[in-house]
Ligand binder design. Sequence first.
Ligand code: NAD
Length: 259
Amino acid sequence: MSVIAVTGSASGIGAAVCEFLANQGHTIIGIDRQTDEKFTQVSADLSSPQGRVAAIEHVKALAKGQLSGLVCCAGVGVTAPDAALITSVNFFGVTELVEGLKSDLYQNDNPAVVVIGSVAATAQLAGPHAMVDTMLGGDETQTRQLAQSANAPQISYAASKYAVTCWARQQAAAEGNKGLRINVVAPGAVETPLHQASKEDPRFGEAVKKFVAPVGRAGQPAEIAATVGFLISEQASFVTGSVLFVDGGMDAMVRAKYF
Ligand code: NAD
């Protein structure tokens, strides 16, 4: 069994991923800005470059050359205190961590990364926004300025998830011949504190509550964790660059002709 680092380990989907992987016998290094006694060993703020560097150094020290998996779950939603923070955590908090830990991942057999995206990445407002280009260009300062001037958290969120999904697919294509697999899980509505906060938000709550998946319910964090567990495992050895919707049919309902 292997050592797997998981961001967002203190809550929701990240905590469920830690539980699932630990039950399979893996050693977990949890990373979060919140503390919890179960899985979070690395206390770090992934919204800042310094926080990411500290997280990378701490994970390297704990993994002692044994890291073979990384699952990026940490994220903030539309109720985040400002629209720029969404892009810093959801995009740069993923890409810089993957880049910083890649050399460690390559030291082990069958390394794999799973990024938690979102069904929101396919929203029409995501793709064309200039923020997507600045994120993919690696320019956090410019991205934050664009996010602040747009001041629309739903656009920052969709754009950050679209950009991180594109980035993961580009990485899968670039790194595939060296053996690193990178996949994206795109959840629909999942019962977590993030989703609860969205439902209670006066700006977005009604729309969030009305957007119900064909299966007629929101998902549970454990249902996302099981998919992550498959993608990180060797059973998924030929799967890379994929975006797997785990959304109760939401994406099929909205975009049946696009896949
Ligand atoms: P959550 O709020 O329960 O968990 C998110 C975790 O990320 C928290 O433990 C939080 O402390 C951590 N985090 C946030 N900002 C951080 C930072 N700056 N540094 C370090 N850690 C930080 O939310 P969740 O629903 O479990 O979300 C997990 C992921 O799933 C997110 O990327 C989210 O965008 C995505 N997602 C969630 C849903 C949903 O409906 N819940 C749907 C689609 C995608």
